[in-house]
Design a protein around this ligand. Structure first.
Ligand code: 8YV
Length: 337
């Protein structure tokens, strides 16, 4: 009997969802959340035919060097800036991600984070828990309205569109900016108007970032961009931390040049810029936008489907549902999330 392919699961995920891997492969699963060193990943991948990884696991030339058997990397997540797609493609390794299954859950969270920032929910709760509520006062903790305001979405992929659809229920005016303009029918469905980057910033009451992280979007929201926002505007980031210059953001908040911020992602996470922790008018969450139980399970299930198919097994053998490279749907480095 020929040897079964070997696959590595880089982090503890849902064991029952992963069980399907065991029908086809020898599975080596990591039992505790681990920050794997590149050399350790390389030593493992040299023995593997495939791997299922998360955003905690950078996979590039160093990690795949000499990994002769490796044919597939399945990323659990729609954003895949942890993968060096050029290096994987050059080595003939098929990479995949998990779009679609997290769209609505992530949009729910983005909208909630924007509302929480606008209405100062975290700040109000901290104030209450700290025992400051001695008597009710008419003018304490006043926030900004969401209904009827101008929502500005930067990055109008699936999640951006889902946020725009939610905004229609709040009577918001939605503007968006994206690498490419959406077809008129999609704009009409989302009730969203395409504008240039500067106009988006200048007109935003609530700016929400949903664009992929790439060298082009690194610190796209820097001091100059923040200066274009209205001083009452809020900034919500559910994309990747590196898109925002966090020191410039803190400067803007400290000098009342920005109303509030809601952040789910951070540059260098899980380490946090200590200045962010000092800001009163920010809501900070630990990268949980896709984190409903059902959605996280669906993401792992899709990654499992991708890995099984990419390694030539199951009903879609050779045709993984969501390839990034080498598939029929080449999404390239500027993928819209
Ligand atoms: C995931 C995310 O939880 O999908 C993404 O891009 O940022 C999150 O939804 C994360 O990527 C898990 O690896």
């Amino acid at each position: 009997m020929s040897e079964r392919p070997r696959v590595w699961v880089s982090q503890p995920l849902f064991a029952d969802v992963l069980a399907r891997l065991g029908e086809h492969f020898e599975v080596e699963a990591t039992r505790e959340v681990t920050r794997h060193e590149p050399a350790a990943v390389n030593a493992i991948l040299r023995r593997m035919d495939g791997a299922l990884v998360t955003l905690n696991d950078p996979i590039g030339a160093e990690q795949i060097a000499g990994a002769q058997r490796l044919r597939a990397i399945a990323n659990v997540g729609v954003g895949y800036n942890n993968l060096d797609i050029a290096a994987l493609s050059a080595a003939g390794i098929l990479a995949s991600n998990t779009p679609d299954v997290l769209t609505e859950t992530t949009a729910d969270f983005g909208f909630a984070l924007m509302m929480a920032a606008a209405r100062r929910m975290s700040e109000a709760e901290r104030w209450l828990r700290d025992g400051h509520w001695q008597r009710w006062s008419f003018d304490s903790l006043l926030g900004a309205d969401v209904h009827g305001a101008t929502l500005a979405i930067l990055g109008m992929g699936r999640i951006g569109q889902a946020i725009a659809r939610r905004a229609t229920g709040f009577g918001m005016r939605t503007l968006y900016h994206n690498r490419s303009r959406l077809p008129a029918a999609v704009e009409a469905e989302c009730k969203a108007q395409y504008v240039g980057f500067d106009e988006l910033l200048a007109r935003a009451d609530h700016l929400v970032l949903v664009l992929p992280y790439s060298p082009q979007s690194h610190h796209l929201i820097d001091a100059a961009a923040l200066a274009k926002l209205q001083p009452h505007a809020t900034l919500t980031n559910i994309a990747r931390g590196g898109i925002v210059d966090e020191d410039a953001l803190c400067d803007a908040l400290e000098h009342d040049r920005l109303g509030a911020a809601g952040l789910d992602v951070y540059e260098g996470e899980p380490r946090l810029n200590p200045r962010l922790l000092q800001q009163r008018r920010v809501v900070l969450t630990p990268h949980i936008a896709s984190g409903s139980l059902a959605t996280r399970r669906a993401m792992v299930a899709l990654a499992v489907d991708n890995l099984i198919a990419a390694l030539g097994f199951g009903p879609r053998a050779g045709d993984p549902p969501s390839p990034i490279n080498g598939g029929t749907r080449d999404r390239g480095p500027g993928t819209r999330i």
